[in-house]
Design a protein around this ligand. Structure first.
Ligand code: HEC
Ligand code: HEC
Length: 214
């Protein structure tokens, strides 16, 4: 009996210690995972609608629309299968075709002429490592669209390249978008600064992505 107790006592202290440690560790772990979860939730909340506000949203989109319809954007978002060029958005000389993946066809691959960065000189091709049109099965046409039509199209995952609001917000930092403000010699920049555009774009999306009536 005594012998049993003697052995049991130190063991149970040890066990208690282990149990307490385990409880502490798992409590900490739980607290940590809860706080991680909270952080992710917060991040998500901060980019989902701050507050639906149709007036602020429509106002922001009207600014965004001016940029989308500028030659720097519309030239790569044409309704046909040939890009446009210049400040007057005329059909691209030599008529390179979109192709299935938007990267051109046969000998007329976009990257043959459009380098990693702008080629120097007037009428030289602008450059970007990713220079191409949207693909044939998702043309993302801007040309000829009203503000109403374009606002609806941009948030439709079936038409915008399967983008959710978070991905659309991130697209403001896309290299081809930013390239609009570094278009190469002789080309005008869009009518808003890049910072103004990005602000309007995010405001539009965060306030509910409402479309103007027309
Ligand atoms: C070199 C051609 C090119 C230029 C120039 C270009 N884009 Fe694009 N754009 C693309 C391609 C290709 C895609 C499809 C890639 C993707 O979905 O990520 C795209 C996709 C988009 C999308 C997502 C599609 C949607 O319907 O939501 C937006 C928004 C967009 N572009 C805005 C712009 C803006 C704004 C400019 C001008 C400042 C611009 N683009 C200039 C080629 C271009
Ligand atoms: C044979 C060479 C060549 C090929 C191939 C080519 N381009 Fe170009 N591209 C040019 C040149 C040169 C310019 C500049 C024209 C000018 O400014 O007069 C240009 C200009 C453009 C512009 C106008 C940019 C702006 O902001 O006004 C767009 C858009 C464009 N190309 C898209 C494409 C796409 C998309 C492809 C592939 C489907 C392609 N190009 C294939 C040579 C080419």
């Amino acid at each position: 009996m005594i012998c049993k107790l003697k052995i049991k006592t130190p063991m149970s202290t040890k066990t208690k210690f282990i149990l307490i440690s385990l409880t502490l560790i798992s409590t900490l772990g739980l607290a940590f995972s809860v706080s991680l979860h909270r952080a992710t939730e917060k991040e998500y909340v901060s980019i989902s609608p701050l507050k639906n506000d149709s007036i602020a949203s429509v106002e922001a989109f009207k600014q965004v629309y001016k940029v989308l319809m500028s030659p720097r954007c519309v030239n790569c978002h044409p309704k046909g299968d040939i890009p446009l060029q210049g400040d007057n958005s005329v059909i691209h000389s030599m008529q390179p075709k979109r192709g299935k993946d938007g990267k051109g066809l046969y000998a007329m691959k976009c990257a043959n002429c459009h380098q990693q960065s702008n080629s120097p000189g007037l009428n030289a091709p602008p450059g970007n490592p990713n220079w191409h049109l949207p693909p044939a099965d998702m043309k993302m046409v801007f040309e000829g669209k009203t503000a109403h039509e374009l606002a609806k199209q941009l948030v439709n995952p079936e038409l915008n390249g399967h983008k959710n609001i978070k991905m659309l917000i991130a697209h403001a930092d896309d290299g081809l978008v930013k390239g609009g403000w570094n278009p190469g010699e002789g080309r005008t920049v869009p009518p808003l600064t890049y910072a103004q555009f990005k602000k309007a774009w995010i405001t539009w999306l965060q306030t509910g992505a409402y479309a103007p009536a027309q």
